[in-house]
Design a protein around this ligand. Structure first.
Ligand SMILES: [Zn+2]
Length: 462
């Protein structure tokens, strides 16, 4: 029995959207926007109308998991939205930001925000709750971002259960507790973003961050960090706080000592708003972060950290000479304030750009990495041709996604093998590598088809 239809994010990292049809219920898990050239099935080609959905579950508040909610509501969705408390708190700011780029008026946005608030419900982790028709669900921590969860559905008659992993983080992520171990299930729908990679350890990557910052200081350049407003920005602030406050790192990087420390700017209104929500929800932090705070070091704040909220201040920041560290969105350089910085800063040799997250196919971020390796390489940013002379660094260890080892360890932590594992949310190469590694350990794995019939069909009309 396979009651799941993937409407996005089946064989791509973004655009997550899955439909579970069981006992006459239509349950959607995530409804995200696709980034770069990743495909999704257009709503008019779905097998159900948005008005026929009973429930919409969100695994977390990244826009590639929630971004189509406004569309869904405008097309008649009036079911219940179920997620964790922190994700519910993050839905409003995240969607408001993305709706800001649409043609919607302020009044329409406010009305939609109210509707989202009315329809959505926050639940605690680790408890079993009842849905209609004997269906039950549990939400578990995944260590990806604040509020992220896997979802386990179970049914008694027929006896059947499924886990949607959502985005799974690594162990030892900053701020967040490690992923929970789910109860066994018949089917596991597992993400595979970094199914073919192994990340650096946390200490190594903080070390690398320290190296890049020290280098940036030595040539008085700027360090640009394109970062997702939600998750990555807070992790970076946290790691820099460690770098600046932990005696071990102070010794390793004397150049980052208090006297000569570069200013760090968070040039992102959304990043600042999300950081405020992170700060308020310390109940969901891990022990290390809570310990730091109780000993007088706020883990997502430090001296020389500046908030750049107003647009005028953003423009002033563009003219500020280095050295400086600038964290700005969007994470894949598809838009946002980072573009203004890169339009001028990418052509200067003294500068560094530091990629800390996944870059989707076709995104400017991916192109910058690719073309920086060529002599005279350039990239188009909002139609402007910009030569890449800045040093381009990638730090995959910063990914909020588990690597192959982390994914396998999480699967192995489940006390019984799932009857089947369906890999989603990854590029083909990553899925193949992860499938092989899981099969070697005796798991039954199914890859996403290169393109499901639904996707293939919808692609023809695009
Ligand atoms: Zn995510």
């Amino acid at each position: 029995m396979n009651p799941i239809i993937h409407l996005g994010g089946e064989h791509a990292v973004t655009g997550s959207c899955h439909l579970l049809q069981i006992k006459g219920l239509n349950i959607m898990v995530d409804c995200g926007i696709a980034q770069g050239s990743d495909p999704v099935v257009p709503m008019e080609r779905w097998p159900v109308k948005p008005s026929e959905l009973d429930y919409l579950f969100f695994t977390h508040a990244h826009i590639d998991h929630i971004g189509r909610l406004p569309d869904l509501i405008q097309n008649g969705f009036k079911g219940e939205i179920i997620t964790t408390h922190p994700t519910k708190a993050l839905l409003g700011p995240m969607l408001r930001d993305s709706m800001g780029f649409s043609s919607m008026t302020e009044r329409e946005i406010m009305k939609l925000e109210q509707t989202i608030d009315d329809l959505s419900w926050g639940f605690e982790y680790g408890q079993k709750f009842d849905l209609k028709k004997g269906m039950k669900f549990t939400l578990g921590r995944t260590g990806h971002i604040l509020g992220s969860c896997f979802i386990r559905f179970e049914l008694n008659n027929p006896d059947w259960s499924v886990i949607f992993s959502g985005d799974l983080g690594g162990k030892d992520a900053p701020i967040l507790p490690d992923p929970d171990v789910p109860e066994p299930a018949d089917l596991l729908v597992l993400e595979s973003t970094y199914g073919d990679r192994l990340h650096e350890h946390r200490q190594q990557r903080v070390q690398r961050l320290g190296n890049v910052l020290a280098q940036a200081l030595s040539d008085r350049g700027k360090v640009y960090i394109p970062a997702f407003a939600l998750g990555r920005t807070q992790e970076l602030i946290y790691e820099m706080d460690r770098l600046f406050s932990d005696p071990h790192y102070q010794q390793a990087f004397p150049v980052l000592s208090f006297a000569s420390r570069p200013p760090v700017f968070v040039d992102s209104p959304l990043g600042l708003e999300v950081t405020r929500i992170y700060s308020n929800l310390s109940k969901y932090w891990d022990n290390e972060a809570r310990h730091l705070r109780s000993h007088g070091d706020h883990p997502i704040d430090f001296d020389y950290l500046y908030a750049v909220k107003d647009y005028e201040d953003h423009l002033r920041l563009l003219d500020l000479p280095g050295p400086a560290v600038i964290i700005a969105g969007s994470g894949m350089c598809t838009g946002g304030r980072i573009i203004d910085h890169l339009k001028t800063g990418l052509a200067r040799q003294a500068n560094d750009i530091f990629f800390v997250g996944y870059q989707a196919r076709g995104s400017p971020g991916r192109n910058i990495i690719k073309y920086s390796k060529r002599r005279g390489g350039y990239v188009y940013l909002e139609g402007k041709r910009v030569v890449i002379k800045a040093k381009v660094n990638t730090l995959a260890g910063y990914s909020a996604h588990a690597d192959q080892k982390g994914l396998i360890e999480w699967v192995e932590s489940i006390s019984e093998k799932p009857r089947k594992i369906k890999l989603v949310h990854g590029e083909r190469r990553a899925q193949q590598a992860l499938a092989k590694a899981l099969e070697d350990k005796g798991y039954k794995c199914r890859l996403a088809q290169r393109a499901s019939s639904l996707l293939a069909h919808s692609k023809m009309i695009l």
